[in-house]
Design a protein around this ligand. Structure first.
Ligand SMILES: *Cc1c(COP(=O)(O)O)cnc(C)c1O
Length: 372
């Protein structure tokens, strides 16, 4: 007899991108890691951590980190919460803001747009929280009736990723302001800014007191911009009422002393990390230009990846989807990219921006495939 709840029995777990074990030389452009190493002050903070800091419990609320992040972003300390990766913030937000009886009443679940980060519905299913799904427009912009559909469904929280994954599109601030205002008093708007370091603007104005909004929560992570996916550190920036609610429900020591020290050094030295963001953005433009020249469609991106559609001719066989053929041929050459083939993402490749050498290897491999 299974001991777990029925919703857990029925749950299909999140499928992360492939993580090959070291050995073979692999060009890994499938999970949006930053190709450059963590900045020097982060490595120093890790090396210099006194043993005493590990003997004792860490600061329960990651106080140094919160002070530093609040200063960098120009918000109050009571507007920051530190979490074990951005993913913990997502889970915490669902357990704090969604209604446990939503499975029977249908009211108080989450709302998502599609396509989007596939972890949201998995976390919702683990909480037995219903999911209202609204398809994005063909260019991955938000539909005009989004707020009406979310309010009609009675969701407790709308979860959006901006800049959008996996398309790279950036929603204008005015559009999100309108959405947050419509939801205010009824639902939280969680804006997942995992890729914001590569974008032209962020949504910080929506969490400042002057915005007049009290329902906006931003997700930030060390995993993409700061080259620290292995550290597992993320944080939320939001209005103080939302942060206080989540602070009550989190694990008492949810982030450890080592990651607190490293993450504090990372945000304190944001300008150093920004040098890698500039390089990634320059390579993003170059890859967009080079692929377009070769007949590919590349969606405009404000992230460290590009969503692409290869020319059909490249499959060589009309019956085989072009992107899948290319995904497999690149994999055979030890180059990993992400392949999608579902509603809203038919036969598309998502390619993380790597170093200039890695990107050249991709272009070289594609040119070989094209002449075969
Ligand atoms: C990477 C990512 C996150 C956060 O990842 P963590 O490694 O858990 O911090 C959140 N949302 C999206 C869309 C992401 O791509």
């Amino acid at each position: 007899m299974p001991y777990e709840r029925a919703n857990i029995q029925n749950l299909s777990a999140y499928t992360p991108g492939e993580q090959p074990q070291s050995g073979e030389r692999i060009i890994k452009l499938n999970t949006n890691e930053n190709p450059y190493p963590p900045i020097a002050p982060v490595m120093e903070a890790i090396r210099n951590l006194p043993g005493e800091s590990l003997r004792k419990y860490p600061s329960p609320a990651a106080m140094n980190f919160r002070k530093t992040a609040a200063h960098v972003h120009g918000v109050g300390i009571d507007q920051i919460i530190a979490t074990n990766g951005g993913d913990e913030l997502l889970r915490l937000a669902i357990s704090v803001f969604c209604d446990p009886s939503a499975a029977t009443t249908g009211v108080g679940g989450i709302g998502v747009v599609e396509p989007s980060y596939s972890l949201y519905p998995v976390l919702a299913a683990a909480h037995d929280t219903p999911v209202t799904r609204v398809p994005l427009n063909a260019d991955y912009s938000l539909p005009d009736d989004l707020e009406k559909r979310m309010l009609d469904a009675g969701v407790a929280m709308v979860m959006l990723v901006n800049p959008h994954a996996p398309s790279g599109a950036l929603i204008p601030l005015s559009r999100l302001d309108k959405l947050a205002s419509a939801l205010q008093g009824q639902a939280v708007l969680l804006i997942d800014e995992a890729y914001v370091d590569f974008a032209t603007h962020d949504c910080l104005p929506l969490v400042r007191k002057e915005s007049g909004l009290d329902n906006v929560l931003l997700l930030r992570t060390m995993s993409k911009g700061y080259s620290l996916a292995g550290l597992r550190f993320g944080y939320g920036i939001g209005s103080a009422n939302l942060i206080a609610a989540m602070d009550k429900a989190r694990d008492s020591y949810n982030t450890d002393a080592l990651s607190q020290a490293a993450a504090t050094a990372a945000v304190a030295n944001r300008a150093l990390a920004a040098e890698s963001w500039k390089k990634v953005i320059a390579e993003r433009s170059r890859m967009t230009k080079e692929l377009t020249k070769r007949g590919w469609h590349v969606f405009p991106s404000q992230t460290n990846f590009i969503l692409t559609v290869p020319p059909t001719a490249l499959s060589g066989d009309a019956k085989v989807p072009a992107a899948r053929t290319i995904y497999e041929s690149l994999k055979a050459r030890n180059i990993l990219v992400r392949y999608f083939d579902h509603e809203g993402l038919r036969d598309k490749l998502r390619i993380t921006i790597g170093t200039p050498e890695e990107n050249d290897a991709v272009l070289g491999a594609l040119d070989q495939l094209a002449t075969k």
